[in-house]
Design a protein around this ligand. Structure first.
Ligand SMILES: *[C@@H]1O[C@H](CO)[C@@H](O)[C@H](O)[C@H]1NC(C)=O
Ligand SMILES: *[C@@H]1O[C@H](CO)[C@@H](O)[C@H](O)[C@H]1NC(C)=O
Ligand SMILES: *[C@@H]1O[C@H](CO)[C@@H](O)[C@H](O)[C@H]1NC(C)=O
Length: 447
């Protein structure tokens, strides 16, 4: 389905460019009649970022005991009156002693008795700016150039006539937390979904009652699908026009096994991955992104050591062997049942994914163990997410009659360049334009 849809999209690219130009002018002509003609109004867009894609603030209480003198006394330097400072992202964390302070404050703990995750003792966190796209633009506003995140995408959407907090919104969240399978509490993640639900309703109500377009990146797509699945069909039909998922890791990634085993320096050569490994292992949402059995077959080893091999069916044993036994129980009880089935929500979905970028497919560890970075064999994907995971919905829903699913593949586009690259942005914007003009079906059928 994805292949042919992509070809159709490709062959009508010229028409789409014309449409883009027409619609780029349209908002100005619409504005005058917006009050008496809701049909020409733009569908509100809500952006849901990926892991690490929005700012996160923290403050330290008396209960906080840093492991070093530096963390306790001097860092951070800049705080506001209430003691809040930016925990994620602050460029200072790239300096090794500060990396440790950062990592211990970001770390989550699984509380077996409560069956839920919580912050480190003495660390309060909050996500500010819910509703606006402001905190999705740059991770560190003091270093805009190198920490730009959704800024190019936001700018392109605004060029269509969208305005921040009027019909363009952002849904930042505490991306360290995830969601759990039914019957297990997940206070932070569920509160986010509840807020997001209410926010979708508010955004629609503020725009004459027309349904919204959800646009997610990466992990945000997994949250968005849960939002849809956890609300009744009548709600989805009333409030959701379309769901556009960019680079969504539906079936997890091998890259996540690398993160758990050896840490992930986030592409910053100055950072020692072992300094952030504990913190990364503690994140519930990271556990959510372990390779899923349906998309990574039993017979395919993903991690190989001199003594053993691990496929997606061996994640518990893998967690144990890398020295993260604490992860096994939450993984088996909360995560595995959650990812087992991807439920088709019935609202139209477009997945836009990059491919053809070398992506970790098998990790080979030597005698030195997991502290040493492995030799990596690469396969197809977007550089972070394997192709099988990016395309998981096509496979999962091939028998679903009521699910409209379109998949657009962009060769050479990486996991994050999808938010910046001109070719990728043009595709995303075309999709938003087509959804708004509601011409997609008539155009395709007239060809
Ligand atoms: C939705 O709107 C109501 C009424 O204005 C407001 O009280 C509530 O906080 C809003 N919810 C969200 C999540 O923004
Ligand atoms: C598809 O939608 C129709 C009409 O809403 C409904 O009657 C039918 O049960 C749905 N089928 C599936 C497989 O969900
Ligand atoms: C948009 O298209 C759908 C399906 O083609 C149609 O059912 C719906 O009425 C259209 N909406 C508007 C506002 O034209």
């Amino acid at each position: 389905m994805g292949e042919s849809q992509t070809t159709i999209i490709g062959s009508i690219a010229t028409i789409m460019t014309l449409v883009t130009m027409m619609v780029a002018i349209a908002p100005y002509t619409c504005r005058a009649m917006i009050n008496n003609n809701h049909q020409n109004q733009l569908h509100p867009v809500i952006l849901i970022p990926g892991a690490g894609g929005n700012q996160l603030e923290a403050r330290l209480t008396d209960e906080y005991k840093g492991t070093s003198w530096l963390c306790n006394r001097f860092y951070p330097v800049k705080k506001d009156d209430g003691g809040w400072f930016r925990l994620w992202f602050d460029i200072g964390v790239l300096l090794a002693p500060l990396t440790e302070c950062f990592a211990e404050r970001m770390t989550l703990y699984y509380d077996l008795e409560a069956d839920d995750y919580r912050n480190a003792p003495g660390v309060e966190t909050r996500v500010s700016g819910f509703g606006s796209v402001q905190s999705l633009r740059y991770l560190d506003p003091s270093f805009k150039h190198i920490t730009s995140y959704m800024e190019p995408l936001i700018k392109s959407i605004q060029d269509l006539g969208y305005k921040d907090s009027e019909n363009l919104f952002g849904a930042p969240y505490d991306f360290r937390y995830g969601l759990a399978s039914e019957g297990h509490p997940s206070d932070v993640g569920s509160t986010f979904l509840q807020n997001l639900k209410e926010f979708v309703e508010n955004a629609s109500n503020a725009n004459g009652g027309i349904p919204v377009i959800l646009v997610s990146h990466s992990l945000g797509g997994l949250f968005a699908l849960q939002l849809l699945n956890r609300n009744p069909l009548s709600w989805r039909e009333q409030y959701i026009k379309h769901f556009i998922a960019l680079s969504a890791p539906w079936g997890g990634t091998v890259d996540e096994m690398l993160t758990f085993a050896s840490g992930n320096a986030l592409g910053v050569p100055l950072v020692n991955p072992l300094l952030v490994r504990n913190e990364q292992r503690s994140s519930e949402s990271n556990l959510w992104l372990m390779p899923r059995q349906k998309n990574f077959p039993l017979e395919t080893p993903l991690v190989v050591t001199p003594n053993s091999a691990y496929s997606s069916f061996d994640i518990s044993r893998f967690l144990q062997d890398i020295g993260f036994e604490e992860g096994v129980h939450p993984y088996e009880t909360r995560i595995q049942p959650l990812v087992e089935k991807l439920v088709a929500p019935g609202v139209p979905i477009t997945c836009i994914v990059g491919n053809g970028v070398p992506t970790a497919e098998t990790l080979y560890y030597g005698d030195e163990g997991f502290d040493k970075q492995p030799k990596i064999i690469y396969g197809d994907g977007d550089g972070t997410v394997n192709i099988a995971s990016l395309l998981a919905l096509e496979d999962e829903w091939k028998e679903e009659k009521n699910q409209t699913l379109k998949v657009i593949k962009l060769a050479g586009i990486s996991h994050t360049s999808i938010l910046k690259d001109d070719k990728a942005l043009a595709q995303i914007i075309n999709e938003i334009v087509v959804i708004n003009s509601n011409i997609s079906s008539s155009l395709v059928s007239s060809l």
